[in-house]
Structures are given as structure tokens and as C-alpha cells.
Design a binder for this molecule. Structure first.
Ligand SMILES: CC(C)(COP(=O)(O)OP(=O)(O)OC[C@H]1O[C@@H](n2cnc3c(N)ncnc32)[C@H](O)[C@@H]1OP(=O)(O)O)[C@@H](O)C(=O)NCCC(=O)NCCS
Length: 142
């Protein structure tokens, strides 16, 4: 498995969108807004690939000069539980450290809180609703 940055608008980005749609949007009956997707050209896009096929993805958005937010963490259903999410978190955290960020946070879906806890993140907010489902903010000092 190779972890790599994804260029916005590239064929790899199309694979990433397909994965995000299947795992994160379709189950909720939602779709992406093309205007929101355009803005992702400013973000750090990350993918886990095997033989050119995407297995998992996530992205990092600058919240402020010290803090990045992780978004859109997804692994294909049949590939979950094999360490791909963990590998992507390590890649994202190392990249954030190298670029001088001090904190990583995310709006975690409630059913993924256990995953982020295993990665060393702590819940720092009350529960709130986003994309129709319960979330909490989680955070880790890098
Ligand atoms: C959450 C997700 C990204 C985790 O990726 P993954 O590749 O399945 O996770 P890993 O195999 O690297 O798991 C690492 C550890 O976390 C645990 N874990 C994984 N998902 C978990 C979950 N939802 N709840 C609790 N623990 C979880 C694993 O059991 C493993 O524990 P271990 O080290 O003790 O064996 C993936 O399951 C996924 O895409 N889920 C659906 C989409 C989603 O909810 N994304 C998060 C949006 S905030």
C-alpha cells in the first residue's frame, strides 16, 4: 500500500470522490456540492493506493496557522479493519508536524469516535448534528 498526496482534479481525485460518495454521502442520501469541491484545490488531499486503486482517503484543511482539521476520512467498506485508517492518520499527522502545525482536530461521526480514540484523540465538544448525523469535535496535540 502506498500513501500519497492527491492532486485536485486528477484521475486520483476522481477516485477519491467516488470513494467519498460511496462511503460518506450515499448512505445518508446526500451528494457533494460542486462549488464546495472546487474549494478543495486549497486543501491537502491524501490517499492510500494499491496497484493504482484507491483504498482510503482523507484531507486536511487549515483552520488557523497552528491547527489543521481532518475531513472526509473514509475506507471502502470491504477494506475496513485492516489498518488503512491508522496508516492514513500517521501519514496525515507526520505531514502536519513537518509543516509546523501543533494541533489536529476533526468533526468525528459518533460511530467513529472509538477509532479516533485509538489514535490518541479526545472529545472536546458536546454532541452536534452535521450531515444529518451526530458528531463531536475531537483533538490531539501533535
Ligand atoms: C473509521 C474508518 C476510517 C477507520 O478506518 P479502518 O481502516 O477501518 O481502521 P483501522 O483498521 O486502521 O483501525 C485501527 C483501529 O481502530 C479500530 N476501529 C476502526 N474503526 C472503528 C470504529 N468505527 N469504532 C471503534 N474502533 C474502530 C480498529 O478495530 C483498530 O483497532 P486495533 O488497533 O485495536 O485493532 C473506516 O472504518 C471508515 O471509513 N468508516 C466509515 C466512514 C467513517 O465513519 N469515517 C469517519 C468519518 S468522521
Amino acid at each position: 500500500m502506498a500513501l500519497q498526496l492527491i492532486e485536485h482534479g486528477s484521475p486520483e481525485y476522481q477516485q477519491m470522490l467516488n470513494l467519498r460518495n460511496l462511503v460518506l454521502r450515499k448512505p445518508l442520501g446526500l451528494e457533494f456540492d460542486p462549488i464546495e469541491l472546487e474549494k478543495e484545490s486549497h486543501d491537502i488531499l491524501i490517499g492510500a493506493f494499491e496497484d493504482g486503486d484507491i483504498l482510503g482517503c482523507c484531507m486536511l484543511i487549515e483552520e488557523n496557522p497552528a491547527t489543521l482539521r481532518l475531513r472526509q476520512m473514509a475506507v471502502f467498506n470491504e477494506k475496513q479493519g485492516k489498518g488503512i485508517g491508522r496508516a492514513m492518520m500517521h501519514f496525515a499527522e507526520n505531514l502536519a508536524r513537518e509543516r509546523g502545525y501543533k494541533t489536529l482536530n476533526m468533526h468525528a461521526r459518533k460511530n467513529s469516535v472509538g477509532f479516533y480514540e485509538k489514535m490518541g484523540y479526545q472529545v472536546t465538544s458536546q454532541e452536534f448534528t452535521e450531515v444529518t448525523i451526530p458528531h463531536v469535535i475531537m483533538e490531539k496535540k501533535l
